[in-house]
Design a binder for this molecule. Structure first.
Ligand code: HEM
Length: 140
């Protein structure tokens, strides 16, 4: 085993680009986000938040995919294309309470179930996503 491999295996999610790599890099995150929006499109629990989005989800997919690449320690693809972003401000025009937050996280949980990630990474990601989701909540 090379030293680099040993270091990669002992790195913690959240260190450098460890989470980005664990999520399969750009291609893996693209698949996750496509699955996420497919869940939002089909789960009855997500109807309210689906209706907040445009009919065509292409741009929503591109934005979340690019955002998550940077947020997970990879390249800052969102800023490159769309400029800087503050999540609570970007969501302030949508009424987002506990129910909407839970619906968003449910879509992510179901999408993660379909990804070839390690189980402990899926758990880690759900825990971490709870932080921005809570900051975005703006009612109740
Ligand atoms: C808490 C529940 C959430 C709801 C209901 C929600 C809903 C929405 C909606 C309706 C849009 C607009 C889509 C569009 O115009 O294409 C949006 C945009 C976005 N959301 Fe969320 N979101 C939530 C949580 C999150 C979280 C946790 C993240 C990041 C980890 C996130 C990242 C983004 C990004 C990057 C955009 C694009 C913003 C922009 O247009 O500049 N959202 N979201």
């Amino acid at each position: 085993m090379t030293q680099q491999t040993a270091e990669t295996e002992t790195r913690q999610y959240g260190d450098g680009d460890c989470s980005f790599q664990s999520a399969g890099g750009e291609a893996g995150i693209k698949k996750l986000v496509e699955a996420f929006y497919h869940k939002m499109d089909t789960l009855p629990e997500a109807k309210t938040i689906r209706d907040m989005h445009p009919k065509d989800l292409t741009v929503s997919i591109d934005k979340l995919y690019r955002f998550l690449c940077g947020w997970l320690g990879g390249p800052k693809l969102f800023q490159e294309k769309y400029g800087s972003i503050k999540l609570p401000v970007a969501h302030s025009k949508f009424p987002i309470g506990l129910k909407e937050k839970h619906a968003w996280l449910l879509c992510m949980k179901r999408a993660l179930e379909e990804q070839p990630y390690k189980e402990d990474f899926k758990d880690y990601l759900m825990e971490q996503l709870n932080f921005p989701a809570t900051k975005i909540q703006n009612k109740e």
